[in-house]
Design a protein around this ligand. Structure first.
Ligand code: ADP
Ligand code: MG
Length: 385
């Protein structure tokens, strides 16, 4: 299916024979700091980005769910909402179907079918959380169409359990909370244990700064075993230390704790504990000295992912190192890892040069040309039309 020469609403009408009743948007995100902390009950500091998934939708009262995406060629996938079950839907359609499944479980018979067409400018598999954006757009659409009255936090939790239980990706809560709850002009300081959140003002433009997003175009696949193995390692370490989660290990107690762990768990625990500390530092520095002070914290976060957590890859290491060498205040891989995107905080007048240096370094290394975006702290999920 293509949207060339026509509007997405026009494509919806061609596909389903009637107009959508509304359009709901939910953004992707970049995480400033706090990576792999969300499944350890820790802290994160994401912003929503301008790129979003939009769900064009119309409620149906016959229990039929039809799903299409402007990114996926071919006819709509047709499902029976009452028959939705984990494992029962293959491919991309599992993501939206999963959300309908969890909403039905939470709000029983109130949730029925719909015609849905997804349109997105969030690159998929780039560490910018297209999956959570998709889930949150669909969750927000159904919440409105079926007047469920669920709040942002409940919708985020339902979207997460959709991805965990139905799609089979054991993600934490950061991406869905960022997509649901972020505000324009602010970062979301989130405690993933109790979901208490603070909106920390982040005026990059006012500070003369640009946050570059360098998508390495190395596709990760979070459904593979690596992410699950890291998560399991963290849980094993917490259990060995007699703690509910690694978030409960204080920085001061880290050296002693590391002596009690098997060698393979030491770097994991060191990353999680120091990373939680970097989130606290980042929020304090942001409030005291402004966004430029985030630079060294970002770079330290990348080193921890590269050397301890081992979730970076040659392409993300090259992008981060090149950005810093070309004058960025700091740079780090963002997202789950094994590819995806690097963020670089740069003085706006250096942004072109830093992006150019990374593009050149990739060409010299024989890597695919990275895609470059500028991230502006943007609004969370909302109805648009
Ligand atoms: P990320 O969330 O980092 O972008 P994931 O692997 O978690 O990467 O999610 C990407 C998956 O989400 C895609 O493989 C696809 O199944 C689904 N997806 C994301 N955006 C869309 C879209 N616009 N249309 C259809 N499926 C999408
Ligand atoms: Mg994802």
């Amino acid at each position: 299916m293509t949207t060339t020469g026509t509007t997405v609403a026009g494509v919806f009408e061609e596909l389903y024979g009637h107009a959508p009743e509304g359009v709901w948007a939910a953004p992707g995100r970049v995480n400033l700091i706090g990576e792999h902390t969300d499944y350890n009950d820790g802290f994160v500091l994401p912003i929503a980005i301008p790129q979003a998934v939009r769900a064009y939708a119309r409620r149906r009262d016959d229990g039929v769910l039809r799903l299409a995406s402007t990114r996926v060629p071919g006819a709509a996938v047709e499902l029976d909402v009452a028959g939705l079950a984990p494992g029962g839907v293959a491919g991309w359609a599992a993501y939206p179907a999963a959300v309908v499944w969890t909403l039905r479980r939470a709000a029983r018979h109130e949730v029925g079918g719909a015609d849905v067409l997804l349109d997105s400018d969030v690159p998929g598999g780039a560490g910018l959380s297209s999956s959570a954006a998709l889930e949150c757009a669909v969750a927000t659409a159904f919440n409105d169409m079926y007047e469920l009255g669920l709040g942002a936090e409940e919708l985020a939790l339902l979207a997460q359990s959709a991805e965990n239980e139905f799609v089979g990706v054991p993600c934490g809560i950061m991406d869905q909370m960022a997509s649901m709850a972020c505000r324009a002009g602010a970062a979301l300081h989130l405690d993933t244990r109790d979901l208490s959140a603070r909106h920390v003002p982040l005026d990059l433009a006012g500070a003369g700064l640009t946050l570059l997003v360098l998508d390495t175009r190395v596709q990760h696949d979070l459904a593979d075993g690596a992410y699950a193995a890291l998560r399991a390692g963290c849980e094993r370490a917490a259990a060995l230390l007699g703690l509910p989660a690694l978030r409960d290990l204080a920085t001061a107690d880290l050296p002693a704790a590391l002596t009690r762990l098997p060698a393979d768990l030491v770097p994991l625990v060191r990353h999680v504990v120091t990373e939680n500390d970097r989130v606290r530092q980042a929020v304090a520095e942001l409030q005291r000295h402004g966004p430029a002070a985030l630079g060294p914290i970002l770079t330290a976060g990348h080193a921890s992912l590269r050397d301890d957590y081992l979730t970076s890859c040659p392409e993300t290491d090259l992008a981060a190192a090149t950005a810093v060498a070309a004058g960025a205040l700091g740079a780090r891989m963002t997202g789950g890892g094994f590819g995806g995107s690097v963020i670089a905080l740069v003085a706006t007048e250096r942004a072109e040069a830093v992006a150019g240096a990374v593009v050149d370094a990739f060409a010299a290394a024989g890597y695919a040309e990275p895609h470059v975006y500028r991230a502006v702290p943007s609004a969370g999920a909302r109805r648009e039309a």
